[in-house]
Design a protein around this ligand. Structure first.
Ligand SMILES: Cc1ncc(COP(=O)(O)O)c(C=O)c1O
Length: 453
């Protein structure tokens, strides 16, 4: 038996634990996180790592936040759990919904709480279908999403997810889900319809939604779901004119717009919710992650006044529920997160820090294998390519992204990659010297794996 506490934990882990995205090979090289402070995670062998992704984009206030721990403990002592099923509520759920009303889109004023992002998306899809049934349009059931989307791994969320690796071994996918191409500005291409077609790439990408709605028949389409900035795909920031056109198309064909703001919500992009950047509002917004800064599992959906009215009108019940909906501890922690964000003006800080991070990352663009540096707010990515002129990717067997990931870990930084795309979404309280260190580690690691260029 090894003396190294990390290796001891890993051996025991391999015998008993099934991981999210379980992969025994990766687990053999795994970390055993035992502590955290601010933007730093500590492994069982005592090594410190800059947490470049704030956990999984969620720990927005950093690790070791005393106020959040106190809020959870206080709540657990007073009322650890009580059902939120119709006929019951708790003051923390009420207050959280009230506070969210103040920061969310103007037309979104009612909230349902879940334990996570996939659950929130399931709730959104079901609510869209419910809404159309109440409106006397029961055939509107189809959900359109996009390639590269990540909406979670429960069956319907998985079916909306646009990365085949997530469904290949779990098929068949749920019927009445389909995908259109992502607007992915670095790679999106379209063939003009003719010499008079002067559409921009953003408009052409949005028009794919119209084509898909017409292919399916508008009378069959309930909703379009999209992340304002596609996160897990490698921080795909759409063209400026993409979302406004998507909104118009949804309105034209009476299709609900669901914004999956599980990552982008609660300030991550430098605005409270990310479609604000594009001057539009969704009909349903889903959120999770940052709302409790990862200190307790809580997500949810917010719905437009029109949908809220339908929920109140329904004959009988909206038969959707989770045991842990409106969990008082989750709601109390979320309230504390919102209080801290307001008190310390941290959404603004996310915006400023994000600008700084992007600026520093842009210095990597001189490396011939850095294809693109991109970001919005405190959500950035560096896409590595084999050939910058053609944007050709590295052959997967070269595992370039994985090797860069290992190199950054040797230098004391941790994240989650998408192929050869390095994602950075540190916490809103990251210090500037830590941001600089992150960029330096990434630069050195790219040079170690791909040469100086
Ligand atoms: C945009 C988006 N939606 C949904 C989810 C799923 O959330 P959860 O893992 O809490 O189910 C994620 C998770 O990363 C996400 O990034």
């Amino acid at each position: 038996m090894t003396e190294d506490p990390r290796l001891q934990w890993l051996q025991r882990d391999q015998a008993r634990v099934i991981h999210p995205l379980h992969n025994p090979e990766l687990q053999r090289q795994g970390h055993v996180w035992v502590r955290g402070h601010g933007a730093v995670l500590v492994d069982a062998d005592g090594r410190e790592y800059l947490d470049a992704l704030s956990g999984l984009w969620n720990v927005i206030l950093g690790h070791g936040c005393q106020e959040l721990a106190d809020a959870a403990a206080r709540q657990m002592r007073q009322l650890a759990y009580a059902s939120g099923y119709a006929g019951s509520t708790n003051p923390w759920a009420v207050e959280l919904a009230e506070k969210l009303t103040q920061v969310c889109y103007p037309r979104i004023n009612r909230f349902f709480f879940t334990c996570g992002g996939a659950e929130a998306n399931e709730a959104a899809f079901k609510t869209a279908r419910f809404f159309w049934k109440i409106q006397g349009q029961p055939s509107k059931v189809h959900i359109i999403s996009r390639r590269w989307a990540y909406h979670g791994t429960t069956l319907a969320a998985m079916s909306a997810t646009g990365m085949p690796a997530y469904w290949e071994m779990f098929g068949p996918v749920v019927p009445h889900f389909s995908h259109i191409e992502s607007p992915y500005p670095y790679r999106f291409q379209f063939t003009p319809r003719g010499p008079d077609d002067h559409r921009t790439p953003g408009q052409a990408a949005a028009d794919l939604l119209e084509e898909e709605i017409l292919r399916l028949g508008p009378e069959n389409v309930a909703a379009f779901v999209g992340e304002p900035v596609q996160g897990a795909a490698g921080v795909i920031v759409p063209q400026e004119d993409y979302w406004p056109r998507v909104r118009q198309i949804c309105d034209r064909y009476q299709v609900l717009l669901i914004a999956d703001e599980v990552i982008t919500g609660v300030g991550r992009t430098g605005r409270w919710f990310a479609l604000e950047h594009y001057g539009i509002e969704p009909d349903i917004v889903t959120f999770d992650k940052g709302i409790t800064s990862g200190y307790f599992p809580l997500g949810g959906i917010g719905v437009s006044d029109q949908i809220a009215e339908a929920l109140d009108q329904g004959q009988g019940s909206w038969m959707h529920a989770y045991t842990y909906s409106a969990h008082p501890v989750g709601c109390a922690v979320a309230l504390e997160v919102l209080r801290i964000l307001h008190q310390r003006n941290l959404v603004q800080r996310a915006q400023e820090l994000g600008k700084l991070l992007l600026e520093k990352l842009r210095t990597l663009e001189s490396h011939p294998h850095v294809g693109q540096v991109r970001g919005l707010g405190l959500m950035c990515a560096v896409e590595l390519v084999a050939d910058r002129a053609t944007k050709a990717e590295f052959p997967p067997q070269e595992a370039v992204g994985h090797r860069v990931h290992l190199a950054t870990q040797r230098r004391g930084m941790f994240t989650r990659m998408r192929g050869d795309v390095y994602n950075l979404a540190p916490c809103y309280l990251t210090r500037e010297d830590q941001l600089e260190r992150m960029v330096q580690i990434l630069a050195d690691s790219i040079c170690e794996v791909l040469g100086q260029g």
